[in-house]
Design a protein around this ligand. Structure first.
Ligand SMILES: Nc1ncnc2c1ncn2[C@@H]1O[C@H](COP(=O)(O)OP(=O)(O)OP(=O)(O)O)[C@@H](O)[C@H]1O
Ligand SMILES: [Mg+2]
Length: 269
């Protein structure tokens, strides 16, 4: 079932400067990554999905509703988005108030909102910051607070715009677990990132945007095996995929573990 249907979408901020060109694409449940060089239109695309911008041409349907016929506020019950820059999202002076704002304003009662907010803070390992001022936290912590705010809303569609910004190894692992949990609870997760290793480990499907057009769309292994096409969009496959390709392996590996399993199986023959 498609939760999102995009039909012949074009978008311009300024007349004559087309940012997205005739994009048609559908998304069902699961984990999807959107990749592309700076300025390729990734953030613009997800802002359109969220209803914050309206198509110049074409239509976007979220759970069957045309974004042109509804408001971003109404869509917020169905689609949550963690902004690229946490400072664009945070506006409260206490972490718990920040996290509870979304749930309360999308129809959860106070008790439900509080329970979901505490659970979300626990998921991002920030429960001990409940009473702090978000502005006193580091960039990586502020990013985690904005992630918790969206998780607490419990929407069926969750969009992460550059979630790995400022995250160390543990932070990235926590994010991977969160994406896995969201997917296993039947949600659609769309992640925009420049971190190809993170894409390989978290996404089943990858969409490559290049100058506002879909250049590649498919299974992660398929997309990362197309290194020549990726190069035209100034992108590189994950390090492990490149490493194995340099060693002469014909297939695309997405993780060190996968490569080791493959080698061990070969050696045992
Ligand atoms: N508010 C705006 N007004 C005018 N032009 C904009 C605006 N926001 C983005 N653009 C332009 O639209 C194009 C696509 O920008 P967008 O932010 O969607 O790219 P992106 O793929 O998210 O890039 P990045 O990887 O740097 O985040 C760029 O040329 C950008 O300069
Ligand atoms: Mg962006």
């Amino acid at each position: 079932m498609n939760l999102i249907e995009v039909k012949n979408l074009s978008f311009s901020y300024i007349k004559e400067e087309i940012v997205l060109k005739n994009v048609s694409i559908n998304f069902g449940v699961g984990s999807i990554a959107i990749i592309g060089q700076n300025g390729s239109g990734k953030t613009t695309f997800v802002k359109l999905l969220k209803g914050l911008l309206k198509p110049t041409e074409g239509d976007i349907f979220i759970n069957g509703k045309n974004t042109k016929d509804t408001t971003a506020a109404k869509l917020a019950r169905e689609i949550g988005m963690v902004f690229q820059n946490p400072n664009d999202q945070i506006f409260k002076n206490r972490v718990i108030d920040e996290v509870m704002f979304g749930p309360v304003n999308t129809g959860q009662n106070l008790q439900e909102a509080q329970e979901n907010s505490l659970k979300a803070l626990e998921m991002v390992d920030m429960l001990d910051k409940e009473n702090e001022n978000p502005y006193d936290l580091s960039l990586s912590e502020r990013k985690l607070i904005t992630i918790a705010s969206i998780l607490a809303m419990n929407t069926g569609i969750v969009i992460f715009d550059e979630p790995t910004i400022a995250q160390d190894y543990h932070g990235k692992n926590r994010l991977k677990k969160i994406i896995e949990e969201l997917v296993s609870s039947g949600k659609l997760v769309i992640t925009i990132t420049h971190d190809m290793d993170f894409v390989a480990e978290t996404s089943k499907r990858v969409v490559v945007l290049n100058q506002g057009e879909v250049l590649l769309d498919g299974d992660t292994k398929y997309v990362f095996s197309k290194s020549d096409i990726l190069k035209t969009a100034y992108l590189e496959p994950p390090s492990i995929t490149q490493f194995c390709s340099m060693l002469g392996y014909g297939k695309a590996f997405l993780s060190v573990e996968e490569f080791i399993r493959y080698r061990s199986a070969k050696e045992s023959i």
